[in-house]
Design a protein around this ligand. Structure first.
Ligand code: CP
Length: 328
């Protein structure tokens, strides 16, 4: 694994390896142990689009492995504001840093950046393209939750709902789940925001059973995971922005979970969720409900991102013997 740009580059063995290494990172992520295994290494954390979780958790993950982090946030704080190209930025940054995390609004831009560098690059979201580290932490979360419930991945039924067109996390996650086929996926999206057809065709060929429904009405009692996503209005064309109104019919809330799902169904969301009332995103009425796994998901971002760094920089074998007790 030289970069992490898309789930396409990961085999099932690669994913299993990352999940195992993430498990080994738990004592560090939970602040029971420390390591300095990346002491002396520098991460370039380049975010040209808004982020809280991904930016801070990559920063924290690299720091907890003993490395240092340079952050650049937004175009105005980079020389791209003066017209510098991705190619030149990439060549410069790879002279300063040992690994680079990058988020950018244009699909394909992180791969273009990676092609010009000789250090590992991680795609932290390229427009509506992919967000592979999010899919890995989502999968790590599903695996952990299923282990607690005594469920198996092969029998899983995952409902994906919300913005399946522009939501890059679901594009990566459906590709990842296809590595673990057979498994059932049901897709429910507002009109115009459906999962791209080529992705449905592809994962179906790989053995996922994919069903499409028009709304959240009806029975979902055999669903194990509800994965809902924010409507990405920032990616809408002007005409879409004018005409689009999301009805409550696509909202995941306590009433939906209680009346249409089952007692062990968990609810996931990559976050952020849009808290404005007109957004009709995942409802806050589920806050405090143990079925809501969203903050367990965000916590899992740290061990998974540590595992990504350790694997890309090939230090995963050294961590076990470098572990020390926390002195604070
Ligand atoms: N899930 C996610 O990518 O969140 P941020 O946009 O806050 O990084």
């Amino acid at each position: 694994m030289s970069h992490l740009l898309s789930i396409d580059s990961l085999s099932r063995d690669d994913i299993d390896h990352l999940m195992r290494v993430a498990g080994q990172m738990e004592p560090i992520a939970q602040r029971r142990k420390i390591t300095r295994v990346l002491e002396g290494a520098v991460l370039g954390n380049l975010f040209f689009e808004a982020s809280t979780r991904t930016r801070v958790s990559f920063h924290a993950a690299f720091s907890r492995l003993g490395g240092s982090v340079c952050d650049t946030t937004g175009f105005t704080f980079s020389s791209m504001a003066k017209g510098e190209s991705l190619y030149d930025t990439s060549r410069v940054m790879s002279g300063y840093c040992d690994a680079i995390v990058m988020r950018h609004p244009d699909q394909g831009s992180v791969a273009e950046f990676a092609a010009a560098t000789h250090v590992p690059v991680i795609n932290a979201g390229d427009g509506p393209g992919e967000h592979p580290s999010q899919a890995l932490l989502d999968f790590y979360t599903i695996d952990k939750e299923f282990a607690l419930q005594g469920k198996t991945l092969q029998d899983a039924h995952v409902l994906m709902t919300g913005d399946l067109k522009y939501g890059r996390t679901v594009h990566s996650l459906i590709k990842l789940l296809a590595r673990y086929a057979p498994m059932r996926i049901t897709l429910v999206a507002p009109p115009g925001l459906e999962m791209p057809h080529h992705l449905i065709e592809r994962v179906s060929r790989q053995g996922l059973t994919v069903g499409v429904r028009e709304s959240l009405a009806g029975d979902f009692s055999d669903v194990d995971v509800v994965y809902t996503t924010r409507i990405q209005k920032e990616r809408f064309t002007a005409e879409m922005s004018e005409s689009f109104n999301l009805s409550r019919d696509f909202t995941v809330d306590r009433a939906f979970l209680d009346s249409r799902c089952n007692a062990s169904t968990i609810v996931m969301h990559p976050l952020p969720r849009d808290s404005r009332p007109e957004a009709n995103d995942l409802d806050v009425d589920l806050n405090g409900d143990p079925r809501l796994a969203i903050f367990r998901q965000t916590d899992n971002g740290i061990p998974v991102r540590m595992a990504i760094f350790a694997t890309l920089l090939e230090v995963e074998e050294h961590i076990e013997r470098d572990l020390r007790d926390v002195p604070w």
